[in-house]
Design a protein around this ligand. Structure first.
Ligand code: HEC
Length: 114
């Protein structure tokens, strides 16, 4: 069977188009993954700060708000951010600039359970 030159050209163009489209979507996926990875992690960054500097006063049965679990921190994320950014919390000694940035960025990124 003989295909016309024109038909062959359109098939090649179609295949190239597919290849190109799949490359683009791969690049997009990789970029999204990288963005995810650069987000502040609750488990690795925020939780350890809260445990070390907040829970002695804000654990279960302590001062309001109780921020001893992800769900509870998430429910008070805006005021946690505000208290930390303003330097009002923690009582008894400031966080480092890097610790403050971690908490503020984490809240700004949507207070994810990450
Ligand atoms: C030494 C005890 C102590 C520590 C440590 C502490 N807090 Fe507090 N926090 C309090 C008390 C007491 C209050 C009640 C309001 C006040 O007295 O200022 C409070 C209030 C708050 C509030 C509510 C503010 C409002 O009025 O809406 C938030 C949010 C908060 N703290 C977050 C934190 C975070 C986050 C940390 C750790 C980075 C922290 N606190 C560390 C004692 C503490």
């Amino acid at each position: 069977m003989k295909y016309s030159k024109k038909f062959q050209t359109s098939i090649s163009a179609l295949l190239l188009g597919f290849l190109f489209a799949s490359c683009i979507s791969n690049v997009e996926e990789q970029l999204e993954e990288q963005l995810e990875e650069t987000k502040v992690s609750y488990i690795n960054s925020v939780k350890p700060i809260l445990e070390a500097r907040c829970l002695s006063c804000h654990g279960a049965g302590g001062n309001f708000p109780d921020i001893s679990s992800y769900e509870k921190v998430n429910a008070h994320a805006a005021s946690v951010k505000e208290e930390v950014a303003s330097g009002r919390m923690p009582k008894g000694g400031p966080l480092t600039a890097a610790q403050i940035k971690s908490i503020v960025d984490w809240v700004d990124e949507g207070a994810l359970q990450n």
